[in-house]
Ligand binder design. Structure first.
Ligand SMILES: [Ca+2]
Length: 501
């Protein structure tokens, strides 16, 4: 009679609760029988106990076996069992038999059963196909991607998942610190033209006939009037170079000058930089809480070189004298290089971006179960598992996921990917990108030469990578993806592309 029954412990069932809402529902796969005794709902009193399972609260007693999680209120089914690895069937009562059940492969490795003919001397009946960056029979080893010492020129290597990162000592740059960023940028040579150089003030000497203007602040400049000098009354002097585009600056060479036979020079200075000529950042060494004060010159003619470590990336660079001998007088050269080749994965997949750097407006929980929360920390490209992406609690256009890159980086692109939630294909098909340097005021990436927010084409399935480029690139510490259209439910895995610049 109850051939496909659900077996439960009779003593654990609260009789009234179960019977309150008992009614037949033949289309429900899990409904296998119900009992009426003399017109009343009742249990069969013999052992084993068969009972009707169609009420509002089946999960009050966990009818799922072997550690399965019972869930009610899903579609047509009265309840669903989410089975632990290695178990199956409607109530997790069946043992999935086979070498791949439960999955013996670690770190998201995929288990494949191998045929005896391929087995050879190996006694295993399966092989683990490991994710990049993992190896071993069970993918249990995180490959040391620093083993081959990929970082050149004294760079410090850090092992990641299937990748590495090099911390390069200035002036070396590049993925492997293989490039030396040491071009002279053109104060002495003239590539930097007069219109690119400005200053807070100018000293006029000899009844105003000698103009010690900022365009004279060129290393090794010759002549009687051969340097920039700030006006004597200027309490906050500065000189600024507009590079006309963002450049990487790795050093500065300074030099004083002689006026009326007397040495004048800058003994100490600060450096500030800006992307836009409005907001300036005074240079600090990583981890320091005070502005870096550079040691300058000690006479009128010898040169002093200071390195920026880490390099400065900026369009505008401003030298701010702190201590001057007699007057703030300067000749100078900038050292650096062009920005290029900036399309590195920034570390969603490799975990260079840590969980703590990821946040979101909200997180969805499948069937309300904490275990199946779609955290922003899961939004890593190619992540595997049952919950392997970010999904917000609601599907609307005010949801977002945020990456804090911890310092300003150059963003050149984004790769997005959907996922499946228990078999349902889900993805974001259209999205916006916003960015911020303080996490409070945000700009949205615009269509070229318009004030319209750019809508990026997203995914068309749950697995294919979709790459979009930011043209032009932008600079930001915080990046947000704002889903605009989606399939089934907002579901996102992603990678950001760019570089440290
Ligand atoms: Ca590794």
């Amino acid at each position: 009679m109850f051939s496909d029954h659900i077996l439960v412990d009779c003593l654990a069932i609260k009789r009234k609760k179960v019977c309150d809402q008992v009614k037949p529902k033949p289309s429900t796969a899990h409904l296998v029988g119900w009992i009426f005794n003399s017109g009343e709902c009742d249990f069969i009193t013999s052992t084993p106990c068969f009972f009707a399972i169609y009420s509002g609260d089946y999960c009050e007693v966990n009818v799922c076996h072997n550690g399965g999680t019972c869930v009610t209120g899903i579609g047509e089914d009265a309840f669903i069992c989410i089975c632990a690895d290695g178990f199956g069937g409607d109530t997790c009562n069946l043992t999935e038999i086979g070498p791949c059940s439960p999955n013996p492969c670690q770190n998201d490795g995929a288990c494949e059963i191998i045929t005896p003919t391929r087995r050879g001397d190996v006694f295993n009946e399966y092989i683990c196909k490991c994710q990049p960056g993992f190896e071993g029979v069970h993918c249990q080893i995180n490959v040391n991607d620093c083993a081959n010492q990929p970082c050149k020129n004294g760079g410090i290597c850090r092992d990641l998942d299937g990748d590495y990162t090099c911390q390069c000592p200035s002036p070396n740059v590049g993925k492997q610190c293989q490039l030396r960023c040491i071009s002279l940028l053109g104060m002495e040579g003239g590539a930097i033209v007069e219109s690119q150089i400005s200053a807070s003030s100018v000293h006029y000497g000899i009844l105003g006939l000698q103009r010690w203007g900022p365009d004279l602040a060129r290393l090794n400049n010759q002549g009687i009037v051969n340097a920039w000098t700030s006006a004597a009354h200027d309490k906050n002097p500065w000189i600024e170079i507009n590079m006309q585009k963002k450049m990487r600056l790795t050093g500065i060479i300074t030099q004083g000058a002689s006026r009326m036979g007397t040495s004048e020079y800058i003994k100490a200075f600060k450096v500030a930089s800006s992307f836009d000529g409005n907001a300036y950042t005074t240079y600090r060494v990583d981890g320091q809480r005070s502005d870096k004060v550079f040691v300058g010159n000690t006479d009128n003619d010898s040169t002093k070189t200071n390195l920026f470590d880490p390099p400065i990336v900026a369009q505008y660079i401003r030298i701010i004298p702190v201590v001057c001998r007699r007057a703030c007088t300067l000749r100078m050269e900038l050292v650096g290089c062009e920005l290029n080749g900036c399309s590195e994965p920034l570390g969603m997949k490799s975990r260079l971006i840590s969980d703590g750097q990821l946040s979101a407006s909200s997180s969805f929980r499948t069937w309300g179960i904490d275990t199946f929360t779609w955290h922003p920390q899961f939004a890593r490209l190619d992540k595997q598992g049952k919950t392997n992406a970010w999904s917000p609690a609601h599907n609307n256009r005010s949801e977002w996921i945020q990456v804090d890159l911890e310092k300003t980086k150059r963003l050149t692109g984004i790769i997005t990917q959907g996922a499946k939630d228990f078999g349902v294909v889900q993805f974001v098909s259209l999205f916006k990108v916003a960015y911020s340097n303080d996490g409070e005021s945000w700009s949205t990436v615009k269509e070229d030469n318009t004030t319209n927010d750019k809508l990026f084409q997203g995914n068309i399935d749950n697995n294919t990578h979709r790459k979009n480029l930011f043209e032009p690139p932008f600079y930001a510490r915080y990046v947000r993806v704002v889903p605009w259209e989606w399939h089934e439910r907002i579901t996102l895995r992603m990678e950001l592309l760019g570089c440290d610049d």
